[in-house]
Structures are given as C-alpha cells and as structure tokens.
Design a protein around this ligand. Structure first.
Ligand code: GAR
Length: 222
C-alpha cells in the first residue's frame, strides 16, 4: 500500500537549494509529500523561481510590510493555515518566529541549521566553525535537522551530517560541502515524519518508537 502523501508547506528566504532537494526527492517518489505551497518573506528569493518551475503554488509575505514581528507572524500563520499542512518545513527561512507561531505548530515544524547543534547557533556558522578549527577547538562541522521550539536553533535535534574541516577550507568551501549534506538529511528527516516514524513528545524526539538520546549522525562521505 503506498503511504498517503503528507501535505506540507515550505518557508524560504533565499536560494532555495534545500527546497529544490525536497522537490527533487518528491518528484523521484522518494518522499511521500504534497507540497501545497512555498512561502517566502522576500519577494526576490531565488527559491520562488525554483517553486514556479516545479509548478508549485507560491506566496510572498514581505516582512518589511509589517509594523512588528507579531503582525508578520499572524499573517504568516493565516497564510499557512489556509493550506492545512501537517508539517511546516523551514528551508533557509531567515526570520525569527514568535513563541505564539511556534506553539501553534509545535511538533509540526522542522528546521535545518548549518552547524552541529548545539554548536554555532545563529548566523555565520561556517566562518565561526573555521575560526574554532584554527584555534584547535573543533575538527568538524556540519548540519542539523531539528524540531522547532520557542528557543532559537534550540529545538531537539533529529539528524546531523558531520563534515570534516580541512586546513585549506574557506567559509565558502566549507559551506558548499555542508550544503550538499543538508540536501541529503533534510529529505530524509521529512520522509521519516511523512512515514509516521518521527515525532516530538514534550522535548523528546521519537524515531521508530525509540526515544532518541542523541541525534542520528551521518558522515559526509557515508
Ligand atoms: C542553508 O544552509 C540552511 O541551513 C541555512 O540557510 C541556508 C539556506 O540555503 N539556514 C539557516 O541558517 C537557518 N538558521 P538554501 O536557501 O539554498 O536552502
């Protein structure tokens, strides 16, 4: 019996390469999702073109048109709710979300972050990881898929990809290797959710009926 497709909405702010990985996996029947809409907070996000090319519905909710975060999040929430998704996927969505918004979708929002959380929350993760490498503090970097909770980049982590750092890396070369891994682990985590294998209970991730004490970890070349 084919698994029924999970209705999802994807939020973006930029290039949308993670969006593309999700579109591709869905088109190749590797991901049982129905992408009901792609929503961007930036009218010029390149990812909107990717969505259009794939024939997906797009919406723009431009944060600069709102007086405050609460008003923006309320408009975003209303827009998302119209599509009745069972999962909201943040794919390079670069806005902080209010607690209200997060709690409205709690257990049904995933994010991908370009670091091995809890290391390097926030911005400029590649340059910060490289600086830490040069100080001998870390040997590897990577990306994490996590459930979104009210704490910024702080929700329980589901899966991580580890990427070794090399002495000749620049933030750009490191970012490119991490991004390649993101394109593997994000569709993977979404598939687990779509297959009913993944859930958040309290602050605990459950995968295949087991509480995950530590995230699933993949190595870059595995
Ligand atoms: C990705 O590296 C993603 O992990 C990061 O933005 C990039 C978006 O790329 N997200 C964050 O930093 C969220 N805190 P994409 O638009 O090509 O998918």
């Amino acid at each position: 019996m084919p698994i029924p497709k999970l209705p999802i909405v994807i939020l973006i702010s930029g290039s949308g390469s993670n969006l593309q990985a999700i579109i591709d996996a869905a088109e190749e029947n590797e991901l049982p999702v129905e992408i009901r809409a792609v929503i961007s907070n930036r009218p010029d996000a390149k990812g909107l073109q990717r969505a259009n090319r794939a024939g997906l519905r797009t919406d723009v909710i431009d944060h600069t048109q709102f007086d405050n975060r609460e008003a923006f999040d309320e408009a975003l929430k209303r827009c998302i709710d119209n599509f009745e998704p069972r999962l909201v996927v943040l794919a390079g969505f670069m806005r902080l979300l209010t607690d209200d918004f997060v709690n409205h979708h709690l257990g049904r929002i995933l994010n991908i972050h370009p670091s091995l959380l809890p290391a390097f929350k926030g911005l400029n993760t590649h340059a910060r990881a490289l600086a830490a490498f040069k100080e001998g503090k870390v040997k590897e970097h990577g990306a994490s898929v996590h459930f979104v909770t009210a704490e910024l980049d702080g929700g329980p982590v589901i899966v991580q990809a580890r990427v070794p750092i090399t002495p000749d890396d620049t933030p750009e070369t490191l970012a490119a290797r991490v991004l390649k891994c993101e394109h593997q682990i994000y569709p993977m985590a979404i598939r687990w959710f779509a297959e009913g294998r993944l859930r958040l209970q309290g602050n605990q991730v459950w995968l295949d009926e087991q509480a995950l004490d530590t995230p699933v970890v993949l190595d870059a070349d595995s």
